[in-house]
Design a protein around this ligand. Structure first.
Ligand code: HEM
Length: 407
């Protein structure tokens, strides 16, 4: 079998992605689907790794004479994102602009701020005894952090988070997705205002650094800056929130594991990797072949689209023992949740730190939280990120601790 009805945007995939991926790995690890003008799904760990590491054969961005282009998503997003949709050598000029502020040492310096905004978010709900884990904790913490990092107004976190949420889970071409794109236009306006403000007056934030940095001897255009800033924003906001929501929902259903993690925070780094593997918040991203080649024994022409299924690779029986189980102290854990190769997630250090701080603080202050599973609402479909619309929780009220952060 080489063909499949695979569609990563279908409600069926959102509900049954583990089973669908397992079927592909077992029957046809490189399978063709006609969905979205046709593409190949690569589902084995070794094949995904081979493609992701060969950026000369498998491109992240191509432009054609008729004005069309390819990119990192299927179908192509109307907003180009840089550097994820860029190939070497140009790619390196842009990725190196960003690496410094995302290094382990630079990220570590954000821990006090991160703990403070987590305290702020928990304080806002702790006296009430009920909340929505998504809109009260898992969304605001990454959104506030990302806006602060960029140098954008943190008071706007809700708009940014809601639009990002909608963009990453509604299907391109639907009215819901069009509404989300409309909201994105408003955010683009704010990004442009911030770019103009930082050109006039430099501050200590990422946007200031970008507007005053030259690439090949020239300052970047506003359009290019927007392509970079929107990627950091979209990459930073919903992905980590989904990981937090999915993991806390799972832990509540596995009270012994919850207790184990709450009592032993040294387990948290390995548990973080395991939740990344198990939930794979970004199920897959795309490449385009630049020449005739073969993947997993399947011959491909130049110009074919490929969907690299990180979420399938993360359950590959050839690499992981008991892939369908969460093994909190799994080691080694060669998951591909952050991708691999030159485009490997820039924000992985931020994602890990945010996840660990939020889970630690949350389990300490709301240890008896209960998720209302009947009212919990997963994303009905996945555009880029797999997560939750809403996760209502109840818990024993507790005292506010006070934070320096205010909106
Ligand atoms: C659980 C959280 C996260 C997951 C699962 C995740 C996943 C990924 C994946 C799979 C890629 C690889 C793309 C490819 O190979 O085509 C990627 C790239 C990227 N991520 Fe993340 N990400 C997360 C958090 C973040 C955060 C917090 C930020 C920023 C604050 C971020 C910013 C980026 C950027 C800028 C890229 C593009 C890198 C490049 O092309 O060089 N991500 N991410």
């Amino acid at each position: 079998m080489t063909s499949t009805e695979f569609d990563h945007h279908s409600p069926e995939y959102a509900r049954n992605w583990r089973e669908i991926n397992a079927g592909l790995r077992a029957q046809c690890p490189v399978a063709h689907t006609d969905a979205h003008d046709g593409f190949w799904v690569v589902s084995k760990h070794a094949d995904v790794a081979e493609v992701a590491r060969d950026d000369a054969t498998f491109s992240s961005y191509q432009e054609f004479p008729d004005g069309s282009r390819t990119g990192a998503t299927i179908p192509v997003s109307p907003l180009r994102q840089v550097p994820i949709e860029m190939d070497p050598p140009e790619f390196f000029d842009y990725r190196k602009l960003l690496n410094g502020r995302f290094s382990p040492a630079a990220v570590k310096r954000w821990e006090p701020f991160l703990r403070d905004i987590t305290t702020f978010c928990i304080d806002n709900i702790i006296e009430s005894g009920s909340a929505d884990l998504v809109s009260d904790i898992a969304s605001p913490v990454p959104a506030i952090l990302t806006l602060e990092l960029l140098g954008m107004p943190t008071a706007e976190w809700r708009t940014v988070s809601e639009v990002t949420h909608a963009l990453v889970h509604t299907t391109p071409g639907t009215p819901e997705n069009d509404t989300a794109l409309g909201g994105m236009m408003g955010i683009l306006g704010q990004i442009n205002e911030t770019i103009a403000a930082r050109r006039a007056e430099r501050k200590d934030d990422l946007i200031s650094e970008l507007v005053h940095t030259e690439v090949n001897g020239e300052l970047m255009t506003d359009a290019r800056l927007v392509e970079i800033i929107t990627l950091v924003m979209l990459g930073g906001v919903d992905t980590t929130g989904s990981l937090i929501g999915s993991s806390l929902e799972w832990l509540r259903r596995h009270p012994d594991e919850l207790k184990r993690l709450a009592n032993d925070s040294s387990l948290l780094p390995k548990a973080t990797e395991e939740f990344l593997r198990y939930f794979s918040p970004i199920p897959g991203l795309a490449r385009t072949t630049t020449r005739a080649c073969a993947v997993g024994g399947q011959a491909l022409e130049a110009g074919e689209r490929l969907f690299l299924s990180w979420s399938s690779a993360n359950y590959d029986e050839d690499v992981f023992e008991r892939p369908d189980e969460v093994v909190l102290d799994r080691y080694p854990n060669k998951h591909q949740a952050f991708g691999l190769g030159i485009h490997r997630c820039l924000g992985s250090n931020f994602a890990r730190l945010q996840f660990q701080v939020v889970v630690e603080e949350f389990l300490r202050r709301l240890p008896d939280y209960v998720v209302d599973t009947d009212a919990a609402e997963p994303y009905p479909s996945i555009a880029v990120v797999n997560g939750w619309v809403s996760l209502p929780i109840t818990f024993t009220p507790g005292p506010r601790l006070g934070s320096k952060f205010a909106l």
